[in-house]
Write a protein that binds this ligand. Structure first.
Ligand SMILES: Cc1cc2nc3c(=O)[nH]c(=O)nc-3n(C[C@H](O)[C@H](O)[C@H](O)COP(=O)(O)OP(=O)(O)OC[C@H]3O[C@@H](n4cnc5c(N)ncnc54)[C@H](O)[C@@H]3O)c2cc1C
Ligand SMILES: *[C@@H]1O[C@H](CO)[C@@H](O)[C@H](O)[C@H]1NC(C)=O
Ligand SMILES: *[C@@H]1O[C@H](CO)[C@@H](O)[C@H](O)[C@H]1NC(C)=O
Ligand SMILES: *[C@@H]1O[C@H](CO)[C@@H](O)[C@H](O)[C@H]1NC(C)=O
Ligand SMILES: *[C@@H]1O[C@H](CO)[C@@H](O)[C@H](O)[C@H]1NC(C)=O
Ligand SMILES: *[C@@H]1O[C@H](CO)[C@@H](O)[C@H](O)[C@H]1NC(C)=O
Ligand SMILES: *[C@@H]1O[C@H](CO)[C@@H](O)[C@H](O)[C@H]1NC(C)=O
Ligand SMILES: *[C@@H]1O[C@H](CO)[C@@H](O)[C@H](O)[C@H]1NC(C)=O
Ligand SMILES: *[C@@H]1O[C@H](CO)[C@@H](O)[C@H](O)[C@H]1NC(C)=O
Length: 542
């Protein structure tokens, strides 16, 4: 018999390893499902049995693909091979408790998904064998307009929350994000901001109670979880600490009439100078007024390409008050009454979200985003105005092929953000930051090469702006998750020092306290992902 060539030998070993992995993971997932069904606590307390075909979805179930795909909000992660062995769509707390306990017993990781907007797909993609807990069925909202509070389950969207508030009152609102399909679970646990931030802060600043299920399967409220854990889940990212079931929030006052405008200015219309001036005033304006800027490339009316800066605004008051405020503080924009529209707060939510064709507020209940594309994003914070020459150097990057659908967005801070201390919740970017930048690039074409070209472009943009943005750390926003800024070890122990590379950017001085809370509530690091808070227990679990 001829000896095996080295190459043939290795292929046989590889096939054997592959077979053993496949069969052992198939085995694991059967045992995991058996565990779910056998869980005594679940059987006794169930009103919907976990054996119900609508709760557990395995890869061979016809519901698996549609359930997984439904909340994928970035096509970069649509056809990944790194799919969950099982998806659990709980109808009640006990289903989550069973999933947490059985996953640990059978060596599976958990990814929790609320709205699926994670920019890097961390709520449904993982390199190690895992289960997705998808909270799509946990989306009750109870608005108590008299007490000006609401309980909202994590699987609801911010659009659903806005809608339910507006059903009860025209003068109550909530300060969260712009895109209505964003999920409560990820959004609140990472901060959450929109056009009410300058007046009322972040969504997380307005959370007053919550229920979380911890690594032991225990359901805890604010009192039983304690103030450290309650602090951590308001901005520290929920995924490191457990599964948050619901949140109690304070509602805020909004006037019955607000005013919106969207005013475009191209380079030929002095956009650069106007943007420069905006930097000097935007974070100092009346708290009732937020003016943000979206910058992208457009076709010039004279042929060729130009840059357009769109000044997008919501003012908590009528146009009569707005015009003098703008004339006094920001005359360079040249805002006129015809640019402005008065409406109710809920109508402004639709306007800002881009529903400007007479849609009714019911569109806020639609969980399907209208134009899901491929995208990559990054974020920055700015402490000092970017000089005009810095802005001028940015424009040529927009003329490159990859930037056809690129967007740079400036969002002003100041107002309430300056009044909240850096350590009040884990989100640290408060006074001293003038505005926030989001860099985004979208594309529509499939394929890895196309993706890499666009990602390369946005990394180049990110290098370009470095001299003009915050340093040591170069601050970033966890809800605009970016794995380029640092990751944990996928399969092994991650030291505090290694995690600090990304952790200080998101959390600055709050990162250490987050690690202490993590060590207290999940010392063996069961709840983990590429950017989860590390446990300080030496070595943790593998
Ligand atoms: C189109 C679009 C528009 C956006 N607009 C805004 C905006 O205006 N303002 C803003 O601040 N942000 C905005 N974001 C960012 C958004 O806030 C974050 O992506 C947020 O984390 C999404 O929450 P999610 O529940 O939809 O995401 P998911 O992908 O479900 O979750 C995000 C992270 O949170 C974890 N998580 C989710 N639910 C839970 C839970 N119940 N318990 C524990 N951990 C949980 C996940 O495991 C994951 O790590 C936008 C994102 C997109 C895609
Ligand atoms: C739980 O219920 C399942 C199916 O209803 C059953 O097969 C199992 O024996 C029960 N387990 C216990 C511990 O009661
Ligand atoms: C998944 O959802 C996207 C929209 O989010 C859709 O374009 C796509 O066709 C769906 N894919 C599958 C396989 O269902
Ligand atoms: C993913 O696969 C489905 C089914 O093969 C296909 O219809 C879809 O276009 C693919 N999406 C991407 C982004 O490649
Ligand atoms: C307001 O809250 C109090 C105390 O939590 C509660 O007793 C009361 O019933 C609530 N009011 C309404 C109108 O529900
Ligand atoms: C741009 O600025 C110049 C000089 O400041 C001014 O003369 C011109 O009218 C401005 N253009 C527009 C369209 O506002
Ligand atoms: C904002 O609007 C409210 C209500 O109309 C008003 O009382 C207040 O003076 C305005 N300005 C500031 C800075 O809050
Ligand atoms: C801009 O011009 C290009 C080339 O002429 C064209 O393909 C594209 O559709 C135009 N874009 C818009 C938004 O009009
Ligand atoms: C929800 O929105 C999507 C995307 O815009 C659309 O295709 C769909 O028809 C809408 N569904 C309903 C029920 O309106």
């Amino acid at each position: 018999m001829k000896p095996l060539s080295l190459r043939a030998f290795f292929s046989i070993v590889a096939i054997a390893l592959l077979l053993s992995f496949t069969s052992s993971s198939a085995h694991t997932h059967e045992k995991f499902i058996q565990c779910l069904h056998n869980y005594p606590h679940i059987n006794s307390s169930s009103t919907t049995s976990i054996s119900n075909s609508n709760v557990v979805h395995t890869q061979t179930d016809s519901s698996y693909t549609s359930t997984l795909n439904f909340s994928i909000q970035n096509l970069r992660f649509e056809n990944t091979s790194l799919k969950p062995l099982v998806i659990v769509t709980p109808h009640q707390v006990s289903h989550i408790q069973a999933t947490i306990l059985c996953s640990q017993r059978h060596g599976l990781q958990i990814r929790t998904r609320s709205g699926g907007h994670d920019y890097e797909g961390l709520s449904y993609v993982s390199e190690v064998p895992f289960v997705v807990i998808d909270l799509i069925n946990l989306r009750q909202i109870e608005v108590d307009e008299k007490n000006r509070t609401a309980w909202v389950q994590s699987g609801a969207t911010i659009g659903e929350l806005y809608y339910r508030i507006s059903e009860k009152s025209k003068t109550l609102g909530f300060p969260a994000g712009v895109c209505p399909t964003v999920g409560i679970g990820g959004h609140f646990s990472g901060g959450g901001y929109g056009f009410l931030m300058r007046k009322y802060g972040l969504a997380a600043d307005n959370v007053i109670d919550a229920h979380i299920i911890d690594v032991n399967g225990k359901l805890l409220d604010r009192e039983s979880m304690g103030e450290d854990l309650f602090w951590a889940i308001r901005g520290g990212g929920g995924a490191s600490f457990g599964v948050i079931v619901d949140w109690k929030v304070k509602l805020v006052s909004v006037p019955s009439t607000v005013t919106v405008f969207r005013v475009p200015r191209t380079l030929e219309q002095n956009a650069t100078k106007i943007i420069h001036k905006w930097q000097l005033v935007a974070n100092k304006l009346d708290k009732n007024l937020t003016v943000r800027i979206n910058m992208n490339r457009v076709n010039s009316s004279k042929g060729g390409l130009t840059i357009q800066a769109t000044f997008e605004s919501m003012f908590l008051g009528g146009v009569e008050q707005l015009i003098p405020l703008m004339e006094e503080n920001f005359p360079e924009l040249g805002l006129v009454r015809e640019d402005c529209t008065e409406m109710s707060w809920i109508e402004s939510v639709l306007y800002i979200a881009g529903f400007t064709n007479g849609q009714t507020p019911e569109v806020l209940l639609n969980r399907t985003q209208s134009n899901v594309l491929f995208f990559k994003a990054k974020s920055d914070y700015v402490r000092e105005p970017i000089p005009e020459v810095g802005l001028e150097g940015l424009w040529p990057l927009f003329y490159e092929d990859e930037a056809e659908a690129a967007l740079v967005q400036f969002t002003p801070y100041g107002g309430k953000m300056d009044e909240i201390s850096e350590s009040e919740i884990p989100f640290p970017h408060r006074s001293g930051y003038m505005f926030h930048i989001q860099h985004l690039v979208y594309w529509e074409e499939k394929g890895e090469e196309v993706a890499q070209r666009h990602i390369k472009w946005i990394r180049k943009l990110f290098r370009y702006v470095e001299p003009y943005v915050s340093k040591s750390p170069r601050a970033a926003y966890i809800n605009y998750r970016d794995l380029d800024i640092g990751v944990n070890n996928n399969k092994g122990y991650t030291s505090y020092r290694q995690a600090s590379i990304w952790g200080l950017k998101y959390f600055n001085n709050n990162f250490h306290r987050l690690a202490k809370v993590k060590t207290m509530v999940d010392p063996l690091n069961f709840f983990r992902n590429e950017q989860s808070i590390p446990s300080l227990v030496s070595k943790g679990r593998k």
